[in-house]
Design a protein around this ligand. Structure first.
Ligand SMILES: NC(=O)c1ccc[n+]([C@@H]2O[C@H](COP(=O)([O-])OP(=O)(O)OC[C@H]3O[C@@H](n4cnc5c(N)ncnc54)[C@H](OP(=O)(O)O)[C@@H]3O)[C@@H](O)[C@H]2O)c1
Length: 368
């Protein structure tokens, strides 16, 4: 349990702590404890054997009132995000079994929002639908069978309809916003960063001294990948549009190539002799450059995006042209099919945040 949290980092609820939870004394009769991964503080705690009961820190706090309708951004076609409009009468969703309702204070804009708006996301929503899927905010209600996180906790997660005032999330996948972080800093915590880290480490096997080619390096996932690859001691070659080159260099990339022109594979081979790991999220014509840039026999190409369209590779090419490893990545599938690997990725990620004092999002924020 982290003891560097303070009572102000967490909210307090009336709760009886299970017998197997060890609280940490904070002084002034206050205790910090974790239940189901949620950190809480008891302002007037009393230890009774192996159990502990806490009274609310904010006396007289009344239950939060939840309106029946809310403002939300509704996507009305599959022609792109320009067909998104503000509506003011969207029903506030109710949390079902195992779900929580949050009051959204920050929402992330991801490439998947664009693919959904164009109808290219596999099994994506049909219009009209409430747009956005990644949000952070305070839990205001919980559904049946939810034992944690509890109302008052700030969490970040993914669901449907994040560009709205309220949103339902699956409780099991909601991650508490780390202490000391604003909600917008926690965006990226459950999508972009784990994707970038899974690509680099368990799948890409990056080690110090290796070369990593990161496509779309100025995007959310790309920025996380550049920072972490540098942390692991890799030489980073990034690709980005010319107007974004400075962004990528500030993050620590050793070289930046124009994603809109030039021979990317030839440049990677000239600079480093080939990439050990390629983070391939662009597809289209860039896919062939990624294959050609990877080191023969040992190079790993992690494919996790198709922004520029589909691109084929044949068994003939793998035998006679590109003797490399190609690995597909979908973070949702990884969570379901390899939960232990996902747990290790999240553990490593939080350790990195602590060591490097990073937050998961430092991107631009729009006012509400
Ligand atoms: N598989 C997974 O689980 C998973 C999870 C997260 C993200 N992703 C994928 O990772 C990629 C990045 O996602 P993100 O949310 O980090 O994206 P983002 O922040 O929106 O950045 C996307 C970047 O992609 C580049 N790009 C290249 N070709 C493009 C095209 N045809 N259309 C639009 N942008 C293009 C652009 O960079 P330049 O202008 O600099 O070229 C753009 O800045 C996407 O392909 C996304 O689908 C996959």
């Amino acid at each position: 349990m982290p003891t560097d949290l303070t009572p102000d980092d967490v909210d307090t609820l009336h709760v009886t702590v299970p017998a197997d939870v060890d609280p940490v004394q904070l002084g002034s009769g206050r205790f910090l404890f974790a239940v189901a991964g949620v950190y809480m503080v008891g302002a007037a705690a009393r230890a009774t054997g192996r159990s502990l009961s806490c009274t609310p820190r904010k006396k007289g706090r009344s239950p939060m009132s939840i309106p029946a309708t809310m403002r939300a951004l509704q996507q009305t076609s599959l022609k792109g995000p320009q067909d998104m409009r503000l509506i003011t009468d969207a029903p506030v969703p109710s949390p079902g079994r195992g779900e929580i309702l949050i009051r959204v204070t920050a929402a992330g804009v991801n490439f998947a929002d664009i693919s959904k708006a164009h109808g290219t996301f596999l099994d994506g929503p049909r219009p009209p639908y409430l747009a956005g899927f990644e949000a952070a905010g305070e839990i205001v209600a919980v559904g049946e069978a939810v034992t944690g996180p509890l109302p008052g906790t700030r969490v970040v997660g993914v669901g449907n309809g994040a560009f709205a005032e309220y949103m339902v999330l699956p409780a099991a996948a909601a991650v508490p916003v780390p202490a000391g972080w604003a909600e917008q800093q926690a965006l990226g915590l459950v999508v972009n960063w784990p994707t970038a880290l899974a690509a680099l480490k368990p799948l890409g096997g990056v080690t110090a001294g290796q070369t990593v080619l990161v496509h779309a390096a100025a995007g959310g996932t790309g920025q996380a990948a550049v920072k972490m690859a540098k942390h692991y001691g890799a030489t980073v070659i990034a690709t980005a549009s010319p107007s974004k080159h400075d962004t990528v260099l500030v993050l620590g990339a050793d070289h930046v190539l124009d994603s809109l022109g030039g021979d990317i594979a030839a440049e990677v081979l000239r600079l480093t002799g080939g990439a050990d790991v390629v983070l391939e999220s662009t597809g289209g014509i860039t896919f062939d450059a990624s294959l050609a840039a990877a080191k023969r026999v040992t190079g790993r190409v992690i494919v996790y995006g198709v922004a520029g369209g589909e691109a084929p590779i044949t068994n003939w090419e793998l035998v006679y042209k590109h003797q490399i490893h190609i690995i597909g990545l979908n973070i949702g599938t990884l969570i379901q099919a390899a939960p232990q690997m996902f747990g290790e990725v999240m553990g490593e990620m939080f350790a990195l945040y602590k060591v490097r004092r990073w937050s998961s999002s430092s991107g631009p924020c729009l006012p509400q």
